[in-house]
Design a protein around this ligand. Structure first.
Ligand SMILES: [Fe+2]
Length: 583
């Protein structure tokens, strides 16, 4: 499965291939029961068409900087469709590629009567798949899934949820560095980190263009949410962090380039057709396409809509006022509701009103967290329930950095916060307690029938585990099982030394940390404690969540090189956990 190497035009600002009208994608993104969206990046202004059977759907490209993009909405599909599709650019078939060794890509829509099978994972560096890179980064679990699906060794998930760090803007591969060095002086800031939108475009191309993953993403629906590395390690950790980085000359271009490219490459594919129509920026794409369709045929060649100013204006506003735009979204999957929460850009950092979620975001989340569904899934890049020892440590650090023990210690607390990444929900205690109260309200049956489980799905921490809220919640009236399932990394293993500490935070250090936290009246004691019941595991992996009536079975799957065949890893099972829901 070695396709020809792409041809690059060195003059292209984004360093993208020029030998095909299709640059990146197609990616099958949103799926409902009767509709699907397909995203693509093209080389030129063009019309992108999806055909399946005797149906076809088209969208003209829009432009952001030097990139041309289209999101085609395929609607009117039968419930639970599973049909082959093709992609055309200006009438020319570009996908599947003529000599593709992969199965034909398919449009797969949901069937709410079928038990949900949801894959999820996070943290994936974009490195090659040879022996050298596998030795350094481990095997790419996503690509291993692709190969297993090609071989027919694996059941198809309905949807893949990518829960953060889809790209690493601050930790670049040799390929990315070569591209950066071809454009600018890497001795000047931000060095080998991503500088702007154009470099992000190249980064996304590297992340999603290797043949097996590209095929997988063209035929497996996906939803996504950013985490810090999509922008930068520790993004929005604290007000001090925010102030420090805003004093650099390079940060502004990086942030707006990162958020603008996130909107284009990740966010719009999360939205259902009606949400696209309601989106203040995407509505312009639809209006432009409608005017084109309604006009005389000569209008079909009219200028491409240039969204650059609109998208960059949006992200400038988002940077100053996070509440003006919502990156979070919700998907109804039949037996499950999946609510995906932005735990990075919606943060309020001002020390006097520090919160994980701004007011609007918190109100929106409150409205989404309801019962009358078998399983309520809450996707948040950062684990809501950390290993208890780490939770206590972050809570202690938050009150210390806020000045509870005086200014000298506050500076030490801030330093530790930034160096050791103490910036999860535990380090934003007000938001943590508010969301826990919402969840308890759902679990008590105050918002419709109590779900069998309320399950947080997360990544970020480079280890995987399951944590259960203890019986204390039931004693306070909770009827749902409340649980945290973490899957991280898809490909970016944790250094050995840190694994010992992380295991301690889940086990041996729990009691000492709790004793330390309890000694201080200022450190809040969680009202409903939890324990890590399974894990941690440190393998590169993705997870599969299978609904089985009131229960969930979660299986973590990794990849293993056998017989020195680095290009064709085998799928392995890292762990399997049955989460018993309430009956
Ligand atoms: Fe992260």
């Amino acid at each position: 499965m070695h396709p020809a190497q792409p041809v690059f035009d060195p003059a292209h600002a984004m360093g993208l291939p020029t030998d095909s009208p299709l640059v990146l994608g197609p990616m099958l993104r949103y799926v409902g029961e009767t509709s699907a969206t397909v995203w693509a990046q093209t080389a030129e202004h063009s019309v992108v068409t999806v055909t399946a059977g005797d149906r076809e759907w088209s969208a003209p490209t829009f432009r952001v900087r030097e990139g041309h993009y289209a999101l085609v909405v395929a609607d009117g599909l039968p419930v639970g469709s599973d049909v082959e599709y093709q992609l055309r650019v200006d009438g020319r078939r570009v996908w599947p590629e003529p000599d593709s060794p992969y199965p034909h890509p398919r449009l797969r829509t949901l069937d709410h009567d079928r038990p949900t099978r949801l894959a999820f994972g996070s943290c994936r560096v974009s490195e090659p798949h040879d022996a050298r890179a596998n030795k350094k980064n481990g095997v790419d679990a996503l690509r291993t899934l692709a190969l297993a699906l090609v071989r027919g060794d694996e059941e198809w998930p309905d949807l893949m949820a990518f829960l953060g760090d889809q790209v690493y803007a601050d930790w670049t591969s040799d390929e990315m560095r070569d591209f950066i060095a071809s454009k600018r002086d890497i001795d000047e800031d931000p060095g080998v980190e991503i500088k702007d939108y154009e470099e992000y475009a190249h980064l996304y191309w590297l992340a999603w263009s290797d043949p097996a993953n590209r095929w997988l993403l063209s035929t497996l629906p996906s939803c996504m949410i950013f985490d810090d590395h999509d922008i930068r390690d520790d993004w929005n950790t604290s007000w001090t962090w925010h102030e420090q980085i805003n004093r650099t000359r390079w940060w502004h271009d990086r942030l707006v380039g990162g958020l603008a490219s996130y909107w284009v490459y990740q966010h719009i594919g999360n939205l259902a057709p009606d949400e696209l129509a309601a989106d203040e920026i995407y509505a312009r794409v639809l209006e432009h396409a409608a005017a084109r369709d309604a006009g005389p045929s000569g209008m079909r060649d009219q200028d491409e809509l240039d969204l650059t100013d609109a998208v960059f204006d949006l992200v400038e506003r988002v940077d100053r006022h996070p509440e003006v735009y919502r990156w979070s979204y919700r998907r109804d999957l039949g037996d499950c509701r999946l609510v995906v929460v932005d735990s990075r850009a919606a943060r309020v950092l001002e020390p006097e009103r520090r919160s994980m979620l701004d007011e609007q975001e918190q109100r929106w989340l409150d409205e989404q967290l309801t019962g009358d569904v078998d399983h309520l899934l809450i996707g948040t890049s950062l684990p809501f329930l950390l290993p208890p020892g780490l939770h206590d440590f972050e809570a202690i650090d938050e009150v210390t950095a806020q000045g509870a023990y005086g200014r000298p210690l506050a500076a030490v607390g801030e330093k530790i916060r930034q160096v050791v990444d103490l910036e999860h929900w535990a380090a934003f205690n007000d938001g943590f307690e508010a969301v826990f109260d919402m969840v308890m309200d759902v679990a008590r049956g105050n918002r419709g029938r109590a779900p069998a489980t309320v399950t947080f799905l997360s990544g970020d921490v480079h280890n995987s585990y399951v944590a259960h809220v203890t019986d204390a919640a039931a004693r306070h009236g909770a009827r749902s099982t409340i649980v945290q399932a973490v899957c991280s990394p898809i490909r970016n293993p944790m250094p050995m030394a840190l694994r010992v500490l992380m295991s301690g935070m889940a086990k041996s250090l729990v009691k000492p940390m709790n004793a330390w936290a309890r000694r201080s009246k200022r450190v809040p004691d969680p009202a409903y404690p939890w324990t890590v019941t399974h894990g941690p595991w440190y393998d590169n992996c993705f997870a599969e969540l299978n609904v089985q009536g009131p229960d969930l079975v979660v299986v973590w799957r990794g990849g293993e090189v056998r017989g020195g065949d680095d290009e064709n890893p085998a799928l392995t099972t890292v762990a399997e956990v049955k989460i018993a829901g309430s009956r």
